[in-house]
Structure formats: C-alpha cells, structure tokens
Design a protein around this ligand. Sequence first.
Ligand code: ATP
Length: 437
Amino acid sequence: MNAQNNNRMEKIISLCRRRGFIFQSSEIYGGLNACYDYGPLGSELKRNIKDFWWRWMVRRRSDIVGLDAAILMAPRVWEASGHVAGFTDPLVDCKVCKHRFRADMITEPGKCPDCGGALTDVRQFNLMFKTFMGPVEDSASVVYLRPETAQGIYVNYQNVLDSTRLKIPFGIGQIGKAFRNEITTENFIFRTREFEQMEMQYFVKPGSDMQWFDYWKNDRQDYYQALGIRPAKLRFHEHDKKELAHYAAAAFDIEYEFPFGWKELEGIHNRTDFDLKRHQEYSGRDLSYFDEESRERYVPYIVEASAGVDRTLLCILADAYEEQQLEKDTRTVLHFHPTIAPYKVGIFPLVKKDGMPEKARMIEASLRSHFNVFYDESGAVGRRYRRQDEIGTPYCITVDTETLQNDTVTVRDRDSMAQERIKIDALLNYLYDKINI
Ligand code: ATP
C-alpha cells in the first residue's frame, strides 16, 4: 500500500472510531486482535446493507426464499462438505522473529517478509473453530462454528422444497455469522476471524448451470451499482484452473479497488452437484429432484453468490469517503447511497429561540416513524451540516425565520450542498422520492 492510500485507510479507521461506526472489540481490556464491534452508526449501516441485500436477493423475487440456520451443525456436515479434511491454509513460521504467515502469501520462498529470517516447512492448518457441545470435552462432543453459511442451506434444501411450492430453478438466501481461524488477519475489517456472510444458493437443472451462472454474474454486478459503488472501482476476476476449487465448474470473484489494492468482495461459483451429492452420500437421504416438466429425476446443480457483510461495509466506506478542499477549510464527506445511510435526515432549528426548536421538533416527530432522523440544535448551523456530512446523512432540514412565516424549510443536499425551499407538508413525499427506500 503506498503512503497516500495508507493515509486514506488510517483516516477512514479514525473516522470510524471517532464517530461511532466501528470500535476495537474489548477495547478497555487492550482489545482482541482483529475483532471489531459496530457502534451506533456502524450497526445502522450494517443493518441497512443487510436489508438492501435481502430486498434485492429475496423479497423482490418469487423464486427465492430466506433461511436462518443455526451456527452449530452436526459435525458430519463438515465431513461431507470437505471442510474437516480440506479447509486448510498452508502455514509457515519464521524461525527468528517467530511471526506466522500464510505460505501462499509469501513473495520470496523460504524467507520471512518481516525480518528476512528462515521459515519452517509448510504445515496445513485447519481454519475451523472447534468447541464442545455439552459438559464433556471429548472427541464425541466436538462441534464446529460454521466457516460458511452455505451448508445450512444445502442441508435444508429438501425441507424448503417440501414446505413451499417452489420448483427448480429456485434459490435460498441467508445472512449470518461465519468463523474462520485465519492465520493472518488484515486491513481492518477486511479479513477477520468472525464475520458475516450474505449467501444465495440457486438450485438449477444440470445443463442450465452455465446459463444461470452468467445470469447471476450480471445480476450481482447490477446490485453493486444499485448500492452506489462506483463502477470503475469494480471488476470481475475469473478463476483459472489452478485457482478453481475442486468442486467448482466455474468461478468469478467480484473485486473492488480498496486503498490496499484490488480484493475480493464476493464469489460467484458454479458448484455443480458436488454439495448435494456429498450430503446424499453422508446422510443416506435421497436428495434428488423429480422434474415434472421434463419427467426426469436428477440431483440439482448449484450456483452460489457469496458476499461478506463486513467487506461490503468497508468497500462502501472506502468508496464513499472524500475530503473536499473548500475555500476556507476541508470538508469530509461520506457519499453513502441514501438507502444505506445510517441517518437519512438531519433536522436543525437555525437558532435556539423564536419557536424554531419547537417547529423543528414537530418535523422530527412527523418524520421519525418513516426514516432514521437526527435532531441537532447545538453550535453554528455550518458546523452541524459538517457533522452530518462526515457521517453521510444525505439531507438536512433547517427551520429558519421564513419557516415561521410561510411553513417552508430548507432542504440541503449533502453532495451538491444546494438548498431548496420545501413546504413542510410536502416534505415526506419529497424525501421518499429522494431516499427511495
Ligand atoms: P479469501 O480468498 O479472501 O480468503 P474466500 O475466497 O475464502 O476469501 P469465500 O469462501 O468465497 O471467500 O467467502 C465468501 C465471502 O465471504 C468472501 O467474498 C468475503 O466477502 C467473505 N469472507 C470470507 N472470509 C472472510 C474473512 N476472513 N473476513 C471477512 N470476510 C470474509
């Protein structure tokens, strides 16, 4: 990462801390490495991202339904999925400084990137967190914290089919926590050991899988643009034969150009019939599907779109952050898409007298049941605008002298800083049109 981009990341991290987006976990105890807590603004932003995904992937379609599976699953699930035997990263230690690295991330083989010392031989390290179910800590009670949400979908595929009237092709979407005991964590919330995934698994007839794979590739690109991410910062990375997971027939990553380089945001995979066949074999249950249209029985293929909530949030912060050099000072702005902004509207009385606070409070009360709004009457109005710019509030309403005469307010746009006079009774529709929830 060059110095300018490093500086940009540091500024984003510092803003997150200062304004209550993201805190270090257990900070008063010195913090827990690479674990983070989402504060008042971060939890709103995160919730809005998940809601946006859920609306896009589940609610807007009749062929996709939701699921919320348990984090703990029968250990056999992870044998069937291949995680017990193969969910490993290659690990090396430096014999001199004792630092630990992922062998596939070392640029000069055998040499420690931190001190130049010699490295140990490569060992395979399983990334699943293990714990015990019940009071006895023996091998029969081992359970794992799920390393991905996908398996919860596969093992419920039959339940969903039996309890709905869905027919293939159809999908199941899920948002939830996943855990990976990553050897190295990096770049703030980009790679952590506890994170959240938003996954959709689409079950299709064999032979139509590549068509659906292309469909989802395009759809997911549209999604990021609808989320307000700059298209020039997004690209596809196609996996070549070497990168392709053993079960996948095709895979694309959607990458974003973070300040620390192009990195994966989401993976789109054609997983073939690998997963359902393995669960069929390990569970002894018949997971085939009878297609009434073609009168054939088959095990469906699966196309998945798997995104990280935390990575999306970091991408949104990095994409939205801007420092604008104005005549007298610098304005820090987060250009969030209004749909995901933590607060939609700031409401200010110009001064704390002449009935302006009361009028502003009335407006606050009338909007609060529709949007997350923020009332602020302290300090100069210019400073109040800046405080909202810095946390990405797209609109600010000010009650001024004219309001008391003709029931109009100014609405200031965060990005253009332009102000418009709007009748108070037209405010709700005006904001709905702009915010587009
Ligand atoms: P990477 O190559 O970065 O380790 P991956 O290819 O192992 O990621 P997948 O297994 O495809 O990732 O997981 C799907 C998505 O889950 C990723 O695109 C990413 O957004 C998110 N994700 C995976 N691992 C982590 C992690 N350790 N921290 C945060 N998000 C993660």
